[in-house]
Design a protein around this ligand. Structure first.
Ligand code: PA5
Length: 451
């Protein structure tokens, strides 16, 4: 079961501050539950785990089962909330190298991701890697209009069409989008693609437990029921607002207390490569939810011990605006033991017989103390293992926490108006119909750089 350890939070939260935060949290919790908060239309994530389990997963599991028989590779086309959760889950429960294993070792198709950038070389390379394999596409976009996935989808659809008949292409494309709106919904209906719906009341970064994440994960053979059960256990565990009973709200309260004391950057720290993409999911969740109205804790991430050899100096002694949240799995999985080699003087014999997990954990404990001593408060969120259930707990815990943290900061945690600013400029430069005046202004500002 997930737990929060605050013993390395050296910058104490005064009793009166804690009481004030708790009073605010109790009121905000009630407002959140009753829909009296900004962005109230996007609270579908709150009861999503229990509701999805109650509704059942049959159509999704049936689609996944037939794809598992029929294909070697699924390409998930999406960006931001429409891909990060699935990718984080896949790497968390399997490994970053999982797609490199053979089909037999994996027991089913591999899952790849595209449409999360505008890179020609990356897309060309993906097509080269998958040449000759049986491929299906799952294009995911809530709005159905996002440029990156739309561009990749068009390229990959044409690529598939060169290899197979139209009926097979149609069967190999699955759309996950809005129930009614957007170009993707229209295309799915016109072309007869199988489609899954992203609920209206669930925003992109909160959508991992909808078909956005569940379908590709089921195709990969991930136990999505266990994932939802883990999340549902947190949905229940975090139902009370009192700080002593609610670790997600304690985490939110400590973050806001640290922020008020000048800790404006939070580093999500992981010690296993399989958790790196989880940190990317977390960054979007916290960055888009809190970074607005000139406020917000900047969400960064670091992969230790790797980054202790690049960022470690700054974290230990640089500008003191940092705090860390370590996500730790007690049992990281298959382990490797250091063999004994008394004949070789490499200074490591004292560790012979020790597991790498144990050595890694000593590094973690040493770093907690060093960073706390250096003025970097550390929070520790721990789960039992890398199972689907533990991951479900983590997903829900952080969703609950960010909602409360954003409300405490006085922002709307469920919108993302700032994401549109670059898009308007980009559409102008791309010459999208309707952006003619913006284009003229952009060309003027960029001068010779615009082509
Ligand atoms: O959280 C959000 O809503 C956004 O970051 C989206 O996830 C991202 O922009 C992708 O949007 P869409 O799913 O509409 O393509």
């Amino acid at each position: 079961m997930l737990s929060l350890d605050t013993r390395f939070v050296t910058q104490a939260v005064a009793d009166h501050e804690w009481q004030q935060l708790e009073t605010q949290i109790i009121a905000l919790h009630e407002a959140l539950e009753q829909g009296r908060v900004p962005g109230a239309d996007f609270r579908g994530w709150i009861h999503l785990p229990s509701q999805t389990l109650a509704e059942g997963l049959d159509p999704l599991l049936e689609t996944a089962a037939s794809l598992r028989d029929e294909i070697d590779a699924l390409i998930v086309i999406g960006i931001g909330g429409s891909y990060l959760g699935a990718r984080a889950a896949l790497e968390f429960c399997r490994s970053p190298y999982w797609h490199l294993r053979s089909r037999e070792q994996r027991g089913g198709p591999a899952v790849y991701f595209a449409g999360n950038d505008l890179s020609g070389p990356a897309l060309a390379d993906l097509m080269r890697v998958l040449e000759g394999q049986r491929v299906a596409l799952n294009v995911v976009s809530k709005s159905g209009t996002t440029t990156e996935p739309a561009v990749a989808f068009r390229v990959l659809r044409h690529w598939l069409a060169q290899k197979m008949d139209a009926e097979t292409v149609r069967r190999r494309i699955i759309v996950t989008t809005d129930r009614q709106r957007g170009a993707l919904r229209k295309l799915a209906d016109e072309e007869g693609y199988l489609s899954f719906v992203i609920p209206d009341d669930v925003g992109g970064r909160f959508s991992v437990l909808t078909p956005v994440g569940l379908l590709p994960l089921a195709v990969a053979g991930i136990d999505i029921r266990a994932l939802l059960e883990g999340a549902a256990s947190q949905e229940q565990a975090l139902a009370r607002p009192e700080l002593r009973e609610n670790p997600a709200y304690r985490y939110a309260a400590i973050r806001q207390a640290l922020y008020r004391k000048g800790k404006t950057v939070e580093i999500l720290v992981t010690y296993e490569p399989s958790l790196r993409m989880f940190a990317e999911w977390w960054k979007q969740l916290f960055g888009e939810s809190e970074g607005k109205d000139g406020k917000g804790i900047y969400p960064a991430s670091a992969a230790f011990t790797t980054d202790l050899h690049s960022l470690g100096q700054f974290i230990q002694e640089g500008y003191r605006h940092l705090f860390e949240t370590v996500v730790h799995v007690d049992d990281p999985g298959e382990d490797v033991t250091l063999p004994s080699d008394p004949g070789v003087d490499d200074g490591l014999e004292y560790l012979a017989g020790r597991s790498i997990a144990w050595i890694n954990d000593q590094a973690r404990l040493a770093t907690h103390v060093a960073h706390a001593d250096g003025g970097v408060p550390n929070l520790l969120v721990r789960v039992a293992d890398r199972s689907e259930r533990s991951l479900g707990e983590l997903f829900y815990f952080f969703e609950r926490a960010v909602a409360m943290s954003g409300l405490l900061a006085g922002v709307n945690p469920f919108d993302q108006p700032g994401v549109e600013a670059y898009k308007r400029n980009m559409f102008a430069l791309l010459g999208k119909p309707g952006y003619e005046e913006d284009r003229r202004k952009m060309m003027e500002r960029l001068g010779h750089q615009a082509r």
